[in-house]
Write a new protein. Structure first.
Length: 188
């Protein structure tokens, strides 16, 4: 039987209050969901990505436990931040690949195939990150909604709970943000 959201929220709050044993109890309860999030992120990546799902989970975990300043509100808040960290990790990897194509690393495969896939993938991830940063400058809440919904996999209701707004507000902002990002990434 999966853990209830209240059990996870209780452990998160205890962890925020400095109880390290709460973290030890929490991680087995949230691992499957972290794995699902990481798998979602990796599914969006194009072939040729050297980062594996388990490596993404491990890197996100290390960053999560190094965040002593976070006061965890609830399960949705935790997974929203985890999703944001995973996105940052993938963007950092894409930027590394992008710099590698300019002479930072050598890979022995068919140049036409490997280079075009890796460059396209890095460009897409970096373009999305750049577009989200632009949206954040215009409307912080809309960029947070994209991160929580798209990268975090949160429902409209969970997103509304994390951001302390109504589900209707989330739906309106989500619709606008998706259209804005699509236009921004298409150069419109």
């Amino acid at each position: 039987m999966p853990p209830g959201p209240h059990q996870v929220t209780t452990l998160l709050k205890e962890w925020s209050d400095g109880d390290r044993t709460a973290l030890e109890q929490l991680m087995p309860l949230v691992y499957d969901e972290l794995h699902r999030l990481a798998h979602q992120h990796m599914r969006r990546e194009k072939p040729g990505n050297v980062l594996q799902t388990s490596a993404l989970i491990n890197e996100a975990y290390l960053r999560l436990v190094d965040e002593p300043r976070v006061h965890w509100q609830n399960r949705a808040h935790f997974f929203g931040i985890a999703a944001r960290l995973m996105r940052r990790i993938l963007v950092d990897e894409a930027r590394k690949r992008d710099s590698a194509k300019r002479g930072g690393a050598t890979i022995q495969v068919s140049l036409d195939e490997a280079t075009s896939v890796a460059q396209e993938q890095a460009a897409n991830v970096v373009a999305l990150d750049d577009a989200l940063r632009s949206l954040e400058a215009i409307d912080l809440r809309q960029s947070e909604i994209v991160e929580l919904r798209f990268f975090g996999g949160l429902s409209i209701e969970e997103t509304a709970g994390v951001l302390k707004v109504s589900p209707g507000t989330v739906m309106r902002d989500w619709t606008f943000a998706r259209a804005w990002l699509r236009n921004e990434m298409n150069g419109a």
